[in-house]
Design a protein around this ligand. Structure first.
Ligand SMILES: [Zn+2]
Length: 84
């Protein structure tokens, strides 16, 4: 069950709510009935972002390397044409 953190725009009250994905998001502060917004944990975002960035970097590297063998036959064919 994910935990959602909310912060009230009106009274700055912050609280966490356990909700399933199917539950509707809260929209009003339980203290003052003011408008609230969802707050995402900075730690969770940084952790996920760092992991995603690493994966993205590796994917880019492997793409560059895999393109090398594709271009290799071209220089190899040049000397063969010269020798001919
Ligand atoms: Zn409030």
């Amino acid at each position: 069950m994910p935990t959602y953190q909310y912060a009230c725009n009106a009274c700055a009250h912050e609280f966490e709510v356990f909700q399933s994905f199917s539950d509707a998001s809260l929209t009003v502060c339980p203290i003052c009935k003011g408008e609230i917004r969802k707050v995402y944990s900075a730690v969770g975002v940084v952790f996920k972002g760092s992991g995603f960035y690493k994966t993205d970097s590796v994917a880019k590297k492997s793409t560059t390397e895999s393109s090398k063998p594709a271009t290799a036959p071209t220089p190899a064919a040049a000397p063969a044409a010269k020798a001919d």
